[in-house]
Design a protein around this ligand. Structure first.
Ligand code: SF4
Length: 338
Protein backbone atom coordinates (compact mmCIF):
# COMPACT_ATOMS: atom_id res chain seq x y z
CA UNK A 1 0.00 0.00 0.00
CA UNK A 2 1.13 3.59 -0.39
CA UNK A 3 3.21 5.49 -2.87
CA UNK A 4 6.35 3.82 -4.13
CA UNK A 5 7.83 6.80 -5.90
CA UNK A 6 8.54 9.21 -3.08
CA UNK A 7 9.66 11.93 -5.55
CA UNK A 8 6.09 12.56 -6.64
CA UNK A 9 3.54 13.61 -4.08
CA UNK A 10 0.16 11.89 -3.88
CA UNK A 11 -1.44 15.17 -4.87
CA UNK A 12 0.65 15.42 -8.04
CA UNK A 13 0.01 11.79 -8.92
CA UNK A 14 -3.73 12.34 -8.57
CA UNK A 15 -3.51 15.41 -10.85
CA UNK A 16 -1.59 13.40 -13.45
CA UNK A 17 -4.05 10.52 -13.20
CA UNK A 18 -7.02 12.84 -13.71
CA UNK A 19 -5.43 14.45 -16.74
CA UNK A 20 -4.49 11.05 -18.25
CA UNK A 21 -7.98 9.81 -17.51
CA UNK A 22 -9.44 12.61 -19.64
CA UNK A 23 -6.95 12.05 -22.41
CA UNK A 24 -7.67 8.31 -22.56
CA UNK A 25 -11.43 8.73 -22.02
CA UNK A 26 -11.06 6.33 -19.14
CA UNK A 27 -13.01 5.38 -16.06
CA UNK A 28 -11.38 4.14 -12.85
CA UNK A 29 -13.07 1.35 -10.94
CA UNK A 30 -11.90 0.18 -7.50
CA UNK A 31 -12.94 -2.87 -5.52
CA UNK A 32 -14.08 -2.40 -1.92
CA UNK A 33 -10.88 -4.12 -0.73
CA UNK A 34 -8.50 -1.69 -2.46
CA UNK A 35 -6.30 0.67 -0.40
CA UNK A 36 -8.17 3.79 0.82
CA UNK A 37 -6.36 6.22 -1.50
CA UNK A 38 -7.34 4.09 -4.51
CA UNK A 39 -10.97 3.91 -3.39
CA UNK A 40 -10.99 7.69 -2.96
CA UNK A 41 -9.48 8.18 -6.42
CA UNK A 42 -11.92 5.90 -8.23
CA UNK A 43 -14.98 6.99 -10.17
CA UNK A 44 -16.82 3.96 -8.81
CA UNK A 45 -16.16 1.71 -5.84
CA UNK A 46 -17.95 -1.58 -5.39
CA UNK A 47 -17.81 -5.33 -5.47
CA UNK A 48 -16.60 -7.31 -8.47
CA UNK A 49 -19.99 -7.71 -10.08
CA UNK A 50 -21.22 -4.17 -9.48
CA UNK A 51 -18.02 -2.95 -11.09
CA UNK A 52 -18.32 -5.32 -14.03
CA UNK A 53 -21.86 -4.13 -14.68
CA UNK A 54 -20.60 -0.55 -14.61
CA UNK A 55 -17.80 -1.61 -16.94
CA UNK A 56 -20.33 -3.06 -19.36
CA UNK A 57 -22.49 0.10 -19.31
CA UNK A 58 -19.87 2.84 -19.29
CA UNK A 59 -19.26 4.92 -22.38
CA UNK A 60 -15.60 5.23 -21.44
CA UNK A 61 -13.19 3.69 -23.92
CA UNK A 62 -10.71 2.54 -21.30
CA UNK A 63 -11.47 0.86 -17.98
CA UNK A 64 -8.82 0.89 -15.30
CA UNK A 65 -9.83 -1.95 -12.98
CA UNK A 66 -8.16 -1.54 -9.60
CA UNK A 67 -8.65 -5.04 -8.29
CA UNK A 68 -7.39 -8.49 -9.17
CA UNK A 69 -7.10 -10.35 -12.46
CA UNK A 70 -10.40 -12.25 -12.48
CA UNK A 71 -12.25 -8.94 -12.07
CA UNK A 72 -10.46 -7.43 -15.04
CA UNK A 73 -11.23 -10.60 -17.01
CA UNK A 74 -14.93 -10.41 -16.14
CA UNK A 75 -15.00 -6.78 -17.31
CA UNK A 76 -13.20 -7.79 -20.54
CA UNK A 77 -15.65 -10.68 -21.08
CA UNK A 78 -18.64 -8.35 -20.68
CA UNK A 79 -17.12 -5.44 -22.60
CA UNK A 80 -14.97 -6.93 -25.38
CA UNK A 81 -14.99 -3.66 -27.32
CA UNK A 82 -13.36 -1.71 -24.47
CA UNK A 83 -9.77 -1.72 -23.28
CA UNK A 84 -9.53 -3.08 -19.75
CA UNK A 85 -6.37 -2.28 -17.81
CA UNK A 86 -5.16 -3.97 -14.64
CA UNK A 87 -2.62 -1.64 -12.99
CA UNK A 88 -0.70 -4.50 -11.35
CA UNK A 89 0.14 -7.46 -13.56
CA UNK A 90 0.77 -9.81 -10.62
CA UNK A 91 -2.51 -9.04 -8.80
CA UNK A 92 -4.16 -12.45 -8.84
CA UNK A 93 -6.59 -14.18 -6.51
CA UNK A 94 -5.59 -17.25 -4.51
CA UNK A 95 -9.18 -18.44 -4.38
CA UNK A 96 -9.45 -18.28 -8.18
CA UNK A 97 -6.25 -20.35 -8.42
CA UNK A 98 -7.92 -23.23 -6.57
CA UNK A 99 -9.77 -24.33 -9.71
CA UNK A 100 -8.55 -25.04 -13.22
CA UNK A 101 -10.65 -25.72 -16.30
CA UNK A 102 -9.20 -29.24 -16.45
CA UNK A 103 -10.30 -29.98 -12.88
CA UNK A 104 -13.81 -28.70 -13.61
CA UNK A 105 -14.01 -30.92 -16.72
CA UNK A 106 -12.92 -33.91 -14.59
CA UNK A 107 -15.58 -33.12 -12.01
CA UNK A 108 -18.24 -32.84 -14.73
CA UNK A 109 -17.26 -36.30 -16.00
CA UNK A 110 -17.79 -37.70 -12.51
CA UNK A 111 -21.20 -35.98 -12.21
CA UNK A 112 -22.54 -35.81 -15.78
CA UNK A 113 -26.01 -34.65 -14.73
CA UNK A 114 -24.72 -31.84 -12.52
CA UNK A 115 -25.08 -28.11 -12.99
CA UNK A 116 -21.84 -26.21 -12.43
CA UNK A 117 -22.36 -23.05 -10.39
CA UNK A 118 -19.14 -21.04 -10.32
CA UNK A 119 -18.24 -18.18 -8.04
CA UNK A 120 -17.16 -15.14 -10.07
CA UNK A 121 -13.84 -15.32 -8.22
CA UNK A 122 -12.54 -17.68 -10.88
CA UNK A 123 -10.57 -17.58 -14.11
CA UNK A 124 -12.22 -17.02 -17.48
CA UNK A 125 -11.32 -20.61 -18.44
CA UNK A 126 -13.17 -21.98 -15.40
CA UNK A 127 -16.18 -19.75 -16.09
CA UNK A 128 -16.19 -21.12 -19.63
CA UNK A 129 -16.69 -24.63 -18.22
CA UNK A 130 -19.60 -23.50 -16.05
CA UNK A 131 -23.36 -23.34 -16.51
CA UNK A 132 -23.92 -20.25 -14.40
CA UNK A 133 -21.85 -17.90 -12.27
CA UNK A 134 -22.77 -16.45 -8.90
CA UNK A 135 -21.47 -13.89 -6.45
CA UNK A 136 -21.47 -14.04 -2.68
CA UNK A 137 -24.68 -11.99 -2.70
CA UNK A 138 -26.72 -14.02 -5.14
CA UNK A 139 -25.30 -17.53 -4.53
CA UNK A 140 -28.41 -18.57 -2.61
CA UNK A 141 -30.81 -17.25 -5.24
CA UNK A 142 -28.82 -18.87 -8.01
CA UNK A 143 -28.75 -22.23 -6.21
CA UNK A 144 -32.53 -21.97 -5.78
CA UNK A 145 -32.99 -21.63 -9.55
CA UNK A 146 -31.43 -25.04 -10.15
CA UNK A 147 -33.89 -27.85 -10.75
CA UNK A 148 -34.09 -30.06 -7.67
CA UNK A 149 -33.40 -33.15 -9.78
CA UNK A 150 -29.96 -31.85 -10.80
CA UNK A 151 -26.90 -32.18 -8.57
CA UNK A 152 -24.92 -28.96 -8.09
CA UNK A 153 -21.16 -28.64 -8.31
CA UNK A 154 -20.14 -25.41 -6.58
CA UNK A 155 -16.79 -24.01 -7.72
CA UNK A 156 -14.53 -22.96 -6.01
CA UNK A 157 -15.14 -21.52 -2.55
CA UNK A 158 -15.95 -24.30 -0.08
CA UNK A 159 -17.20 -21.90 2.58
CA UNK A 160 -19.60 -19.98 0.32
CA UNK A 161 -20.87 -23.27 -1.15
CA UNK A 162 -21.35 -24.68 2.35
CA UNK A 163 -23.27 -21.56 3.38
CA UNK A 164 -25.50 -21.73 0.28
CA UNK A 165 -26.16 -25.44 0.97
CA UNK A 166 -27.10 -24.69 4.56
CA UNK A 167 -29.52 -21.88 3.69
CA UNK A 168 -31.16 -23.61 0.71
CA UNK A 169 -31.03 -27.10 2.28
CA UNK A 170 -29.66 -28.40 -1.02
CA UNK A 171 -26.99 -31.04 -1.28
CA UNK A 172 -24.08 -29.40 -3.02
CA UNK A 173 -20.85 -30.96 -4.24
CA UNK A 174 -18.32 -28.63 -2.68
CA UNK A 175 -14.92 -27.65 -4.04
CA UNK A 176 -11.78 -27.83 -1.96
CA UNK A 177 -10.86 -24.15 -2.22
CA UNK A 178 -11.01 -21.07 -0.05
CA UNK A 179 -10.02 -17.45 0.22
CA UNK A 180 -6.99 -17.53 2.51
CA UNK A 181 -7.79 -14.07 3.84
CA UNK A 182 -11.31 -14.91 5.00
CA UNK A 183 -10.35 -18.43 6.07
CA UNK A 184 -7.89 -16.82 8.50
CA UNK A 185 -10.69 -15.55 10.70
CA UNK A 186 -11.07 -17.86 13.70
CA UNK A 187 -13.78 -18.28 16.32
CA UNK A 188 -11.16 -17.24 18.87
CA UNK A 189 -10.57 -13.92 17.08
CA UNK A 190 -14.31 -13.19 16.90
CA UNK A 191 -14.84 -14.05 20.57
CA UNK A 192 -11.89 -11.85 21.50
CA UNK A 193 -13.31 -8.97 19.42
CA UNK A 194 -16.71 -9.33 21.09
CA UNK A 195 -15.07 -9.13 24.52
CA UNK A 196 -13.03 -6.12 23.46
CA UNK A 197 -16.03 -4.23 22.03
CA UNK A 198 -19.07 -5.42 24.00
CA UNK A 199 -22.34 -4.35 22.42
CA UNK A 200 -20.93 -4.29 18.89
CA UNK A 201 -22.66 -6.45 16.31
CA UNK A 202 -20.59 -8.89 14.27
CA UNK A 203 -21.04 -8.82 10.49
CA UNK A 204 -19.27 -11.35 8.28
CA UNK A 205 -18.64 -12.37 4.70
CA UNK A 206 -19.76 -15.90 3.72
CA UNK A 207 -16.22 -16.75 2.59
CA UNK A 208 -15.46 -17.15 6.32
CA UNK A 209 -15.44 -20.68 7.71
CA UNK A 210 -18.77 -22.31 8.76
CA UNK A 211 -17.95 -22.45 12.50
CA UNK A 212 -16.96 -18.78 12.44
CA UNK A 213 -20.13 -17.75 10.56
CA UNK A 214 -22.16 -19.29 13.38
CA UNK A 215 -20.96 -16.41 15.57
CA UNK A 216 -22.21 -13.66 13.25
CA UNK A 217 -25.19 -11.40 13.82
CA UNK A 218 -25.32 -10.81 10.08
CA UNK A 219 -23.81 -12.68 7.14
CA UNK A 220 -23.60 -10.88 3.83
CA UNK A 221 -21.62 -9.83 0.83
CA UNK A 222 -19.67 -6.57 0.91
CA UNK A 223 -22.63 -4.74 -0.60
CA UNK A 224 -24.91 -6.52 1.88
CA UNK A 225 -22.71 -5.40 4.76
CA UNK A 226 -22.78 -1.82 3.46
CA UNK A 227 -26.58 -1.89 3.33
CA UNK A 228 -26.84 -3.49 6.75
CA UNK A 229 -24.53 -0.90 8.31
CA UNK A 230 -26.61 1.94 6.82
CA UNK A 231 -29.74 0.49 8.43
CA UNK A 232 -28.25 0.58 11.94
CA UNK A 233 -29.04 3.50 14.25
CA UNK A 234 -26.56 6.33 14.83
CA UNK A 235 -24.03 5.41 17.48
CA UNK A 236 -24.06 1.69 16.57
CA UNK A 237 -20.78 -0.19 16.48
CA UNK A 238 -19.97 -3.15 14.27
CA UNK A 239 -17.16 -5.72 14.17
CA UNK A 240 -16.38 -6.46 10.53
CA UNK A 241 -15.38 -9.95 9.39
CA UNK A 242 -14.11 -9.34 5.90
CA UNK A 243 -11.07 -7.89 4.15
CA UNK A 244 -10.01 -4.80 6.05
CA UNK A 245 -10.43 -2.49 3.02
CA UNK A 246 -14.20 -2.45 3.46
CA UNK A 247 -13.81 -0.55 6.72
CA UNK A 248 -12.75 2.56 4.81
CA UNK A 249 -16.01 2.72 2.89
CA UNK A 250 -18.12 1.66 5.87
CA UNK A 251 -16.66 4.46 7.98
CA UNK A 252 -16.84 7.02 5.18
CA UNK A 253 -20.51 6.29 4.49
CA UNK A 254 -21.44 5.98 8.19
CA UNK A 255 -19.56 8.68 10.09
CA UNK A 256 -22.00 8.35 13.00
CA UNK A 257 -21.10 4.67 13.58
CA UNK A 258 -17.96 2.83 14.64
CA UNK A 259 -16.38 -0.11 12.84
CA UNK A 260 -13.75 -2.50 14.14
CA UNK A 261 -11.89 -5.23 12.26
CA UNK A 262 -12.72 -8.73 13.52
CA UNK A 263 -8.99 -9.38 13.16
CA UNK A 264 -6.04 -7.24 12.11
CA UNK A 265 -4.94 -10.04 9.77
CA UNK A 266 -7.82 -9.82 7.32
CA UNK A 267 -5.66 -8.34 4.59
CA UNK A 268 -5.58 -9.57 1.00
CA UNK A 269 -2.02 -8.88 -0.19
CA UNK A 270 -3.12 -8.97 -3.84
CA UNK A 271 -5.71 -6.26 -3.29
CA UNK A 272 -3.17 -4.09 -1.54
CA UNK A 273 -0.68 -4.11 -4.43
CA UNK A 274 -2.29 -1.18 -6.25
CA UNK A 275 -0.67 2.21 -5.71
CA UNK A 276 -1.34 5.66 -7.17
CA UNK A 277 1.87 5.28 -9.13
CA UNK A 278 0.64 1.98 -10.68
CA UNK A 279 -2.58 3.67 -11.73
CA UNK A 280 -0.71 6.60 -13.26
CA UNK A 281 1.64 4.22 -15.11
CA UNK A 282 -1.28 2.12 -16.23
CA UNK A 283 -2.96 5.09 -17.92
CA UNK A 284 0.28 6.51 -19.26
CA UNK A 285 1.61 3.28 -20.76
CA UNK A 286 -1.76 1.60 -21.35
CA UNK A 287 -0.72 -1.38 -19.25
CA UNK A 288 -1.61 -4.13 -18.46
CA UNK A 289 -4.29 -4.89 -21.03
CA UNK A 290 -6.56 -7.75 -19.95
CA UNK A 291 -7.59 -9.93 -22.85
CA UNK A 292 -9.59 -13.13 -22.96
CA UNK A 293 -9.49 -15.21 -26.17
CA UNK A 294 -12.92 -15.02 -27.82
CA UNK A 295 -13.47 -18.80 -27.84
CA UNK A 296 -13.16 -18.76 -24.03
CA UNK A 297 -14.82 -15.35 -23.55
CA UNK A 298 -17.88 -16.47 -25.51
CA UNK A 299 -18.52 -19.46 -23.21
CA UNK A 300 -17.59 -17.57 -20.05
CA UNK A 301 -19.94 -14.74 -21.10
CA UNK A 302 -22.81 -17.22 -21.34
CA UNK A 303 -22.23 -18.30 -17.72
CA UNK A 304 -21.93 -14.70 -16.49
CA UNK A 305 -24.99 -13.61 -18.49
CA UNK A 306 -26.99 -16.56 -17.13
CA UNK A 307 -26.39 -15.01 -13.72
CA UNK A 308 -27.05 -11.42 -14.84
CA UNK A 309 -30.28 -12.42 -16.59
CA UNK A 310 -31.56 -14.18 -13.49
CA UNK A 311 -34.69 -12.27 -12.49
CA UNK A 312 -35.57 -14.13 -9.32
CA UNK A 313 -38.29 -16.28 -10.87
CA UNK A 314 -37.71 -20.02 -10.42
CA UNK A 315 -37.99 -22.09 -13.60
CA UNK A 316 -41.43 -23.63 -14.20
CA UNK A 317 -40.02 -27.13 -13.98
CA UNK A 318 -38.50 -26.34 -10.61
CA UNK A 319 -40.60 -27.31 -7.60
CA UNK A 320 -40.76 -24.56 -4.98
CA UNK A 321 -37.68 -24.47 -2.81
CA UNK A 322 -38.08 -25.76 0.73
CA UNK A 323 -38.28 -22.95 3.28
CA UNK A 324 -34.77 -21.78 4.07
CA UNK A 325 -33.38 -22.05 7.52
CA UNK A 326 -33.71 -18.68 9.19
CA UNK A 327 -30.09 -17.73 9.19
CA UNK A 328 -28.68 -14.51 10.41
CA UNK A 329 -28.54 -12.04 7.57
CA UNK A 330 -30.19 -14.41 5.14
CA UNK A 331 -32.57 -11.86 3.69
CA UNK A 332 -29.67 -9.57 2.89
CA UNK A 333 -27.54 -12.18 1.20
CA UNK A 334 -30.35 -13.25 -1.06
CA UNK A 335 -30.51 -9.94 -2.88
CA UNK A 336 -28.09 -7.84 -4.83
CA UNK A 337 -24.53 -8.57 -5.82
CA UNK A 338 -21.29 -9.44 -4.04
S1 SF4 B 1 -9.81 -11.35 -0.66
FE1 SF4 B 1 -9.70 -13.57 -1.14
S2 SF4 B 1 -11.21 -13.86 -2.78
FE2 SF4 B 1 -10.79 -11.63 -2.66
S3 SF4 B 1 -9.11 -11.29 -4.13
FE3 SF4 B 1 -8.13 -11.66 -2.14
S4 SF4 B 1 -7.71 -13.88 -2.18
FE4 SF4 B 1 -9.22 -13.51 -3.79
Amino acid sequence: MGIKNQDISAEDLIKQINSLKQKREAVILAHNYQPPEIQDLADYTGDSLELSIIAAKTEAKVIVFCGVRFMGETAAILSPEKTVLLPVLEAGCTLADYATAEQVREMKKKHPNAIVVTYVNSSAEVKAESDICCTSANAIDIVRTIDLSRPIIFVSDYNLGHYAAKITKREIILWDGCCPTHALLSTFAVQRARKKWPGAQVIMHPECKPDVLELADFVGSTSGMLRYAKQQPAGASLIVGTEIGLLHRLQKENPDKTFYPASDYLICPMMKMTTLKNVKDSLEKMQYVVTVPENIAMRARAAVNAMLNYKGTPKKSTPPSPPAEKAKGETEISIGVE
